[in-house]
Ligand binder design. Structure first.
Ligand code: BJW
Ligand code: ZN
Length: 251
């Protein structure tokens, strides 16, 4: 198989398959790259969202308080885009692993909900979900599939101002999310790191934790990342091509 000019030997793919089939416990960390084949842009890199809009102008509380309309419009634009996308073979391959392995946790940085749509159940959304809104005043979180707002949305409980239910820079992760993720990363036999640039903390530290706790770490990405140093094996290429190969019966 040839992905981005790099040939994975059958031996490497078979080694990963072997590790996965022997593992009693598997944890997976995913990032925007796993949803790229579904048509959702990543954040960094040449076609990334941050190419045209600066993170500080959109993904911080300061930006929201400065211009809530601008920030909401950006999230509604992304909700619309995501609503027209479906899970890809990489998302489904992770559902297959979850079915086969008793002790499993999918830790995602993605806010797009595609893992859930594919059928993943044992999962933690570290950075929230774009189809939720959260009250700035009382913290009440609700599902919210609206794609347009005439007026800025207000909390149904207290009338406070609502914001997108995602985690911005400088904010803490949802209660318990990092604790569950860290417990799983430090106890698993195999840790998969898929489609993340590995630069955002504390998510990236989970791969380091897994490795130092003795897990076999496999990275799947088009490019080298800071986590490539941590990984036992990096499979270079498209997660939607590689994951079904290492999970399914079709090598
Ligand atoms: C493919 C592919 C294909 C493409 N197949 N691969 C320690 C050191 C330094 C800084 C910090 C630190 N600890 C905390 C910080 C600050 C900050 C941080 O990490 N900053 C660094 C960037 C410098 N972290 C935080 O602020 C976090 N909070 C926190 O730590 O709280 C504790 C605290 C609070 C207060 C005081 C003190 C402590 C919160 C981080 C929140 C991140 N939020 C975002 C936005 C979410 C909402 C939204 O969607 O708008 O989350 S930023 C953005 O980055 C988004 C992502 O989840 C996250 C990660 O990006 P990801 O998924 O890796 O995407 P890309 O685009 O970077 O990479 C895609 C990859 O896919 C590439 O490598 C491609 O090659 C690859 N790819 N196609 C395989 N087909
Ligand atoms: Zn409220």
């Amino acid at each position: 198989m040839d992905c981005q000019g790099k040939t994975h030997t059958l031996k490497t793919l078979e080694q990963v398959r072997g590790k996965l089939s022997e593992a009693r416990s598997i944890s997976v960390l995913t990032g925007a790259g796993i949803s790229k084949p579904s048509g959702i842009p990543t954040f960094r890199g040449k076609d990334g969202l941050w190419r045209s809009c600066r993170a500080e102008d959109l993904a911080t509380m300061e930006a929201f308080l400065r211009n809530p309309r601008l920030v909401w419009d950006w999230y509604l634009y992304r909700r619309k885009l995501i609503s027209s996308c479906s899970p890809n073979p990489a998302h489904y391959a992770l559902v297959e692993i979850e079915i086969k392995v008793n002790d499993f946790l999918l830790i995602t940085q993605n806010v797009d909900g595609l893992h859930k749509m594919a059928g993943s159940k044992k999962m933690v959304e570290l950075h929230g979900n774009i189809f939720t809104s959260k009250c700035l005043n009382c913290g009440f979180v609700r599902e919210d599939f609206s794609l347009e707002y005439e007026e800025m949305p207000l909390c149904k409980k207290c009338g406070g101002m609502e914001r997108p239910g995602v985690v911005w820079f400088g904010e803490t992760l949802p209660e318990g999310a990092m604790e569950s993720a860290a417990a799983s990363a430090s106890a698993c036999d195999v840790f998969l790191v898929i489609g993340t640039s590995g630069v955002v903390q504390p998510a990236a530290s989970l791969a380091v934790l897994a490795r130092s706790s003795g897990a076999f770490v496999v990275e799947i990405n088009f490019e080298k990342t800071p986590l490539s140093e941590v990984a036992d094996i990096t499979l270079t290429g498209d997660a939607a091509e590689i994951l079904p190969l290492v999970v399914g019966d079709n090598l």
